[in-house]
Ligand binder design. Sequence first.
Ligand code: IPE
Ligand code: IPE
Ligand code: MG
Length: 248
Amino acid sequence: MKKNMNRLDHYQKLDKSRLPYHVAIIMDGNGRWAQERNLPRSVGHRTGMESLRTVVKLCSQLGIKILTVYAFSTENWKRPQEEVSVLMGLLYEYIKKELDELNREQVQVRVIGRLKELPARAQQEIKRAVELTANNNKLIFNIALNYGGRAEIVDAVRKLASLAIEGKIDPEEITEELMQQYLYTADLPDPDLLIRPAGEKRISNFLLWQIAYTEFYFTEVYWPDFREEDFLKALDAYQNRKRRFGGL
Ligand code: IPE
Ligand code: IPE
Ligand code: MG
């Protein structure tokens, strides 16, 4: 009888020398997870925080250097005000509960997105987390909040256009490399692996510029059910890909 592979099997199968350097995750499916259990959507969001905790810890243990998670998109404001408040509240709670532990684990917290449009309290909490952990260097934990890939590109273009008007750059000098330096992720390499749980096969405005050559991994598992084993499966799938970057 064929036994399902467990966490340890997946772990042992991994080639630790060929792990992705930067992993990105679209944390999706919280609402459906809750609805299937006749629970309010907020319970799904709260349970999803546990998955996040698990994945951050695992990345740090495995030696993955960058984890970028999609927590709130520029389009998520379209949701009912009550749900938006729940999500912001969970952000405060997450920082409050996890910050000391993240700091102890040498995790550097960063945030990308249009932060000025977030509630004042969210901005303060983020500032606190970012400042406290700024010198940590084990794992860069990058949270995309009020993030949109198109907004990010527009913001970069605005800065470059201003520089051109001020005569500080010539439009001819604008290259892919220069553009990249004006993105929110300026000093980070592009993600090697992007994981989207919960069955949707789309990008939903996440990291549009950066995913040009990223490997995608989709799973039906809802984010609140996402465990170490699911992450290890994604890493295993990644290690079976042939990345060509347009070459042979
Ligand atoms: C992801 O779960 C959380 C955010 C988008 C903030 P969803 O709330 O999108 O869950 P589904 O997709 O409705 O199941
Ligand atoms: C993407 O999920 C945004 C986050 C996970 C934060 P959505 O649930 O907002 O995406 P769509 O609406 O299904 O495309
Ligand atoms: Mg969703």
